[in-house]
Design a protein around this ligand. Structure first.
Ligand SMILES: [Zn+2]
Length: 287
């Protein structure tokens, strides 16, 4: 089952649950599958488990030691197991994508749809500024984690942007907007945070001070395009997780440098070079 069909199933499920209020009620989602939610003491890394009882009720047990936003995601994840008919395999950690079974990833996709429903989330993404303060505001509004909110924010943004999750200073996961995917910008999983990047400095203890200008070729593999590029960051010290938002302040990127040379030759080929590049460098937006 691909991610799009999982997302569509989640949207159908949400429609069955009645009008949407924010933040969404995860108890209402559980009730839709005949479920009730119980908080229990579980193992430290265990998010939740669920079972269909002989009386037909669906019991969802979440880890009471986890913060409430993580518990909300876990409830949605358990609802996903029931709706998608996928048996749980909770032996690998949530963010270990390399080892995470496809069924678990499908349930995470479904859960993110439930918690941050496209219909109400996407217009918010389009309305707010591009920075972590805005993502934080959305996370509060939807009562979801900064990580889930940031990941979906980048996925649905119409700007050229990416959300990167690093753990222990290594990139574990990256969500990109459609336009950034089309531009073939790719952050390699497993790479170290660029050594002098804003993200690396914040991880080392430097205070966050709002977005900073950054170098795209530090982040993207084989990148040879210019553009006004920004980085904003949050560090979650308890898990040594660094969340990075990357974006271009351009509607369209200049072509790669190799193509640009050809463009310049074609356009200005007959003109003597005067040392002034005809290529328009800086974005004129938001300035
Ligand atoms: Zn699961």
């Amino acid at each position: 089952m691909d991610e799009l069909s999982v997302a569509m199933k989640a949207r159908d499920f949400i429609a069955k649950c009645g009008p949407l209020a924010l933040p969404v009620s995860v108890d209402a989602y559980a009730a839709q599958v005949g479920g009730t939610v119980k908080q229990e003491v579980l193992q430290e890394n265990e998010d939740a488990w669920s079972v269909r009882l002989s009386n037909g009720k669906y019991r969802i047990c979440v880890n009471c030691a986890h913060d409430s936003r993580r518990q909300r995601f876990s409830v949605c994840h358990e609802v996903a197991h029931e709706v998608l008919g996928i048996a749980a395999d909770h032996t690998s950690p949530r963010w270990s994508f390399a080892r995470r079974p496809p069924g678990e990833i499908a349930c995470d996709v479904f859960a993110a749809e439930l918690l941050l429903p496209f219909k109400v989330f996407k217009p918010r993404v389009d309305a707010v500024d591009m920075n972590f303060a805005a993502i934080s505001g959305l996370a509060d509004e939807f009562d979801a984690s900064l990580t889930s909110t940031g990941s979906r924010f980048a996925t649905f943004s119409r700007e050229l942007c990416a959300f990167v999750l690093s753990e222990g200073g290594k990139v574990r996961y990256c969500a990109r907007s459609t336009s950034l995917r089309d531009a073939r910008a790719w952050v390699r999983t497993g790479m170290d945070l660029p050594s002098d990047s804003y993200s690396a400095r914040v991880r080392a203890g430097v205070a966050v001070s709002g977005p900073e200008q950054a170098e795209p070729d530090q982040w993207f593999e084989d990148w040879e395009r210019d553009g006004v590029f920004y980085e904003d960051v949050r560090h979650l010290g308890a898990w040594d997780q660094t969340l990075t938002l990357l974006w271009f302040d351009d509607e369209d990127l200049p072509p790669p440098r190799s193509e640009r040379k050809r463009w310049e030759e074609e356009t200005f080929g007959l003109r003597e070079l005067d040392g002034k590049l005809p290529w328009p460098g800086k974005s004129k937006r938001r300035k």
